[in-house]
Design a protein around this ligand. Sequence first.
Ligand code: C5P
Length: 223
Amino acid sequence: TASTRLANRHLLVTAGGTREPLDPVRYIGNRSSGKMGVAIVKAALAAGAKVTLIAGSVQVALPIHPRLTVQRVTTTAEMLAAAQAAFPTVDAVVMAAAVADFRPATISDQKIKKQAGQEAFTVQLVKNPDILATLGAKKTTQVIMGFAAETNDLLAHAKEKLAKKHADYIVANDVSQAGSGFGVATDQVTILTPDQAPQAWPLLTKQEVGHRLVALLAARLAK
Ligand code: C5P
């Protein structure tokens, strides 16, 4: 039945945005609300799965459930460490988090002060590890689903990510479209897999997208 399709399966979900500190009071972050990731967690729980949620900064309430373990993280490095620790024991990974691509090269241990007459301030950033690609390169039996939020050339970028990150699914989302992407309750997504033509889904609530994505994973894991 629908409620037991993922019984005895363990899903790892990342959700929300990472924050990269500059000093004790400032960080570089992004507009991710965590809505999509939390919708997937709820759908997976409803389908009977055990779920590990690694949550960065989220603007939605996190569910409480006996089959759910929540780990809160702030930075990309923390999210990577938590994801790597959980990875060997899970059947599928859904990386819905908006991860900072770069972080400040140094973190000041004191609040950075503006200097008298200072008109500009430069921050040097260094590349963050790609969590999805790191797990993708190490996968054994895990099914891996990633996201691609783009404002242009959506399908080309998503296709590239599918290959480069060794993902089994990329959920592509044009965040420049009204009603799709960061903060809103709905999404129009296109599903890419290595062996099929892209499937464009209609505009749906994130809750409905979550249920459909979980159904895809359940069907795949049942094979
Ligand atoms: O390359 P891009 O950031 O567009 O890829 C998006 C996908 O990769 C999302 O699934 C996101 O969670 C994941 N990602 C990641 N680690 C990063 C950057 C992105 O896991 N450093």
